[in-house]
Ligand binder design. Structure first.
Ligand SMILES: [Zn+2]
Ligand SMILES: [Zn+2]
Length: 189
């Protein structure tokens, strides 16, 4: 189902970078009780200059505030967004790793990439589903055991593949213009 949503991708309320700034400020405030530009820059391994530039739109939107001594705080809305993205990241990573069986590191990477894009509704449904799975009833244990035995390896050939439909994903991934393997992006050209 292709809607016009992709056109709005860039106008997502929170960019990925903004989400990480908010989460970093939140962590710093929790861990040491204060967050200055220097602290954020160090935590994100970037220069103070680029950190200041990135913080500007967040201050303008009222998500981050700065006092006269240059100490940064999150506004209630900034705090809410940071919490939501953190929660999304946690739930997505657990869903990908514990339910779908994605490799731990890949689950962490993919969760990070989409954590800021989920609607609240999807986020709640996903969290609910995960709680349900974690309740560990007999039916769930059986379901997970059976799913674990289901072959989720792509056979590389759509006629034999258990996973893909008309297009085999492994075939698509080995094509030279792939967007599925991020590592090959920008290297060949
Ligand atoms: Zn991320
Ligand atoms: Zn396949």
């Amino acid at each position: 189902m292709q809607r016009e949503t992709w056109k709005e991708y860039e106008s997502n309320p929170l960019t990925h970078s903004a989400a990480h700034y908010l989460m970093t400020i939140r962590t710093l405030l929790q861990e040491r009780g204060y967050a200055r530009v220097t602290d954020i820059a160090r935590a994100l391994n970037i220069t103070r200059g680029s950190c200041s530039i990135s913080l500007k739109p967040l201050k303008k939107r009222g998500l981050v505030t700065e006092d006269e001594n240059k100490f940064l705080q999150l506004s209630p809305e900034g705090e809410r967004l940071a919490q939501l993205v953190e929660k999304n990241d946690e739930v997505l990573e657990s869903f990908l790793r514990d339910v779908l069986g994605v490799d731990g590191e890949q689950a962490e990477i993919d969760a990070c990439k989409i954590e800021h894009l989920l609607s609240l509704d999807t986020s709640l449904k996903l969290a609910g589903f995960l709680h349900y799975i974690q309740s560990g009833s007999k039916t769930i244990k059986e379901f997970l055991r059976e799913f674990g035995q289901f072959n989720t390896e792509c056979a590389g050939d759509a006629t034999k593949c258990n996973v893909c439909d008309s297009t085999c994903l492994a075939e698509a991934a080995s094509a030279p213009t792939t967007i599925i393997r991020p590592a090959s992006r920008g290297v060949s050209r």
